[in-house]
Design a protein around this ligand. Structure first.
Ligand code: FAD
Length: 335
């Protein structure tokens, strides 16, 4: 068992691809900042990639006290072998108490691998993180039993305490240019011939340019929309608002929309300024994906639909009448 008192500070992994940083790293800095202040420990961003020095500086402006930067050719493309080896080496050298990683495809791949090499635990897909008052141990909260219960998971005997968190669960702190901190440059190299996977081609997701997790306005339709053809009214409203189309799982299951549009526990977690839930009942698994939205507007013919209990504004009525009227009204305001 590790000597727990050797482990200090909270780490956040700042993931990037081709020098472009994924927001989730900066989002995690906001919750990690709160926890680090509570624990009176340091908050350190770990930046791995190629040409990512700016990301290390930005991480400090988003709340980190300092950053560890590994900037080298072999990290330009994500590879499980090279990333897992570098992160493991860093943890062994610096011994952080906790390590948070975005639950992106790459984060979900590398996080458990690092945890396994370090013989510690990792809680996947967390929706909240706090500190246990009695022990000071991190409490990782995540949905379980199909989203019907929230589980609090702790890792009291091993370090670091690790977890992955979905994009969009936390909001970034405002960018504060006046913040300063040390950037520690580490040279860690991994022989290219030891990387067991090879990137052969890169195919951009095309499904209508869906970028739900970055969207400011999302117009989502549910089973109440009635058919694939009728999704045209949802698309028109989204278009006039400059938003992105989302949907519930019932819609994906019915084959009306591709899965890339699905919002919720088994779809995307979103954090738009404005979220329209149209013909969506508000099942707990759908709500799990929209809790970070600033404003939710629900349209449903059933006044008792659970969606109204989380909506900021509700319209009770037939979506086939209301949605085209809204589209017309927003279009008129634009002109
Ligand atoms: P319904 O629940 O059928 O609701 C349709 C709504 O439309 C009703 O409220 C009805 O009043 C209204 N309506 C009908 N006609 C009209 C009209 N003309 N005008 C206005 N309103 C109308 N679901 C997700 O969405 N995302 C997930 O990621 C997800 N993950 C899941 C994971 C697990 C493990 C499980 C078990 C389930 C998951 N689900 C998920 C499914 C979820 O439980 C619900 O079944 C689903 O969200 C229901 O979709 P809906 O609201 O579109 O359909």
């Amino acid at each position: 068992m590790a000597n727990l008192s050797d482990y200090k500070n909270i780490w956040v992994f700042i993931e990037s691809e081709h020098g472009k940083v994924k927001n989730v790293g900066y989002e995690l800095l906001s919750v990690a900042r709160k926890l680090a202040d509570e624990k009176k420990c340091g908050l350190i961003a770990v930046v791995l990639g190629k040409n990512v020095e700016k990301a290390a500086k930005d991480a400090i402006c988003y709340g980190a006290d300092s950053a560890i930067l590994v900037d080298s050719d072999e990290y330009e493309e994500f590879s499980t072998d090279a990333y897992a080896a570098a992160l493991t080496e860093l943890v062994e050298k610096y011994k952080p108490e906790a390590f948070m990683i975005g639950a992106t495809h790459n984060g979900r791949d590398v996080g458990p691998r690092v945890a396994c090499r370090l013989q510690t635990g990792l809680t996947a897909d967390c929706t909240d993180i706090s500190i246990d008052e009695d022990t000071g141990v991190i409490v990782w909260t995540r949905p379980t039993f199909g989203g019907n219960l929230m589980a609090n998971i702790m890792c009291p005997d091993h370090r670091p305490q690790m977890g992955t968190v979905r994009p969009g669960v936390f909001k970034k702190n405002p960018y504060d240019e006046s913040r300063t901190g040390e950037i520690i440059k580490e040279e860690i190299h991994f022989a290219k011939d030891k990387i067991r996977t090879r990137l052969i081609d890169r195919v951009e997701e095309i499904a209508g340019g869906v970028a739900l997790d970055e969207a400011e306005i999302i117009v989502s339709g549910g089973r109440g929309v009635g058919s694939a053809e009728n999704f045209a009214i949802i698309e028109e409203l989204a278009k006039v608002l400059g938003g992105v189309v989302g949907c519930s799982r019932a819609v994906v299951d019915a084959g009306w929309m591709p899965q890339v549009h699905q919002v919720g526990q088994s779809g995307k977690t979103v954090a738009p300024k404005l979220y329209f839930a149209i013909g969506i009942s508000g099942a707990i698994q759908h709500l799990a994906g929209i809790s970070a939205s600033d404003t939710v507007i629900a349209i449903n013919k059933d006044p008792d639909a659970p969606i109204f209990s989380v909506a900021d504004y509700g319209i009770v009525g037939n979506l086939n009448e209301i949605v085209p009227e809204l589209t017309k009204a927003f279009a008129a305001r634009k002109n």
